[in-house]
Ligand binder design. Structure first.
Ligand SMILES: Cc1cc2nc3c(=O)[nH]c(=O)nc-3n(C[C@H](O)[C@H](O)[C@H](O)COP(=O)(O)OP(=O)(O)OC[C@H]3O[C@@H](n4cnc5c(N)ncnc54)[C@H](O)[C@@H]3O)c2cc1C
Length: 384
């Protein structure tokens, strides 16, 4: 199984999210034949906001996409943690990192999607299509699509997110771990001139806000709740206003801006901890491999790092088995660390006992600003 034979058979990318589109563009640039299938019948307006930390931006620079993004994004200079009365507990000075590692950005997800899609414009994309089955052959993987036709590829990449079908086809059904908390996201009017984002810690709940531009703020609201709790649209806005009624600072004003319950995206927050991320001619990237808690804002960053390293290795002279083994070797320690840290931060952020929360907040208040900034500097400095 040498490089030429499997590379010439092409790469099938399953899933046109951040990982899949970024990989499609990267492989095209390297002259590796690839195609992509996306389950959604058409591209719909994508999500709410997203923060791209220094390491995500580093990857986007490597992929040649940073300039296009910077035109549609807000430079993020600081991220603060406050209590529910808006008292600052900790600050991460992203501006301090900028001279050494570059900018952190906040933007609408659809702006990121547009740039990734434009970059992958030469790659054939089949919408409304998924993979029904995949069988390993001696020199290829044979895929049957939901459309009924079949095709052979040298490699299949599962970039199909947390609930990955490719993962299930390759490793069987694997349980996701539910965090115990659920999240609503939306973008509301009212950006202003703030240069920073903020996460407000209450008791068993958090409220986050990140200005995207002068007119829009990305908001997220996290509460402890059982998985799959009913969330009727008729009661959604009222419920959120009630859940966060004790929050001060900008929260009452932002909650007042909510108009359409359908604009609130709800996700029960799950993660998947499973290794390995490859078997035979199949490899998983991004959330399909290691969907994590969003509490460090690092899921997309890890997906972009996966893609960049994998595309570099695919373009190198290694046989397939070595390509995938080297890729996993490069990625596993760093991803595990981020996944564990994200889970811990989320767990502490969602504490539900008032006394424990008071102690948590006081201890966080004692942390020097440099402590949280150092974590990001470490991520930016380390080899991906
Ligand atoms: C509340 C929340 C906030 C977050 N905030 C941030 C943040 O600020 N910064 C950050 O870096 N990360 C953040 N993340 C994480 C980030 O969104 C994910 O890590 C990232 O989207 C993963 O990209 P992906 O391409 O692997 O998966 P996805 O974005 O899930 O994309 C998967 C794609 O595959 C398609 N698909 C699914 N199944 C199939 C199938 N069977 N066949 C074909 N196609 C399929 C889907 O339609 C989709 O297009 C957040 C996550 C959450 C839940």
């Amino acid at each position: 199984m040498n490089l030429e034979s499997w590379r010439n058979d092409g790469v099938l990318i399953v899933g046109g999210g951040i990982a899949g589109l970024a990989l499609a563009g990267a492989l095209y640039r390297q002259g590796v034949p690839c195609e992509l299938v996306e389950r959604a019948p058409a591209w719909a307006p994508v999500g709410a906001g997203i923060v791209l930390g220094v390491n995500a931006m580093k990857m986007l620079r490597e992929l040649g996409l940073a300039d296009a993004l910077e035109n549609n994004a807000r430079l993020l200079e600081v991220m603060s943690i406050t209590d529910s009365d808006n008292r600052i507990l900790a600050r991460t000075n992203l501006a301090d990192l900028q001279p050494r590692f570059g900018a952190s950005l906040a933007l609408h997800r659809s702006a990121l999607h547009d740039v990734l899609l434009e970059n992958a414009r030469h790659v054939p994309i089949r919408m409304g299509t998924t993979v029904e089955s995949a069988e390993e052959r001696e020199e290829s993987v044979e895929v049957r699509f939901s459309s009924g036709d079949t095709a052979r590829f040298g490699l299949m990449v599962g970039a199909d997110g947390l609930h990955s079908r490719v993962r299930e086809l390759t490793f069987g059904p694997l349980p996701l771990r539910y965090s115990g908390y659920t999240c609503w996201r939306t973008v509301v009017d009212g950006g202003g001139t703030e240069v920073g984002g903020q996460e407000m810690w209450g008791v068993g709940k958090r409220f986050g806000l990140v200005p995207l531009d002068r007119d829009r703020v990305y908001c997220f609201a996290v509460v402890n709740a059982p998985a799959e709790e009913p969330d009727p649209a008729s009661d959604r806005i009222h419920r959120l206003r009630k859940e966060f009624s004790e929050f001060g600072g900008p929260v009452p004003h932002l909650l007042d801006q909510l108009r359409q319950p359908e604009e609130l995206i709800k996700n029960d927050l799950h993660e998947i901890v499973h290794r390995p991320w490859h078997r035979g001619r199949v490899v998983l990237v991004g959330d399909a491999a290691h969907g994590m808690m969003p509490d460090m804002g690092q899921g997309a960053a890890m997906a972009l790092e996966d893609v960049w390293v994998l595309s570099q290795l695919i373009a190198s002279e290694l046989p397939l088995e070595e390509t995938l083994a080297s890729w996993m070797d490069r990625r596993k320690r760093r991803v595990r660390w981020v996944q564990n840290q994200s889970r811990r931060i989320g767990w502490v952020g969602q504490w539900r006992h008032p006394l424990a929360c008071r102690v948590r907040n006081e201890l966080t208040h004692l942390l020097p600003d440099s402590a949280t900034t150092r974590v990001l500097a470490r991520l930016a400095r380390q080899r991906v």
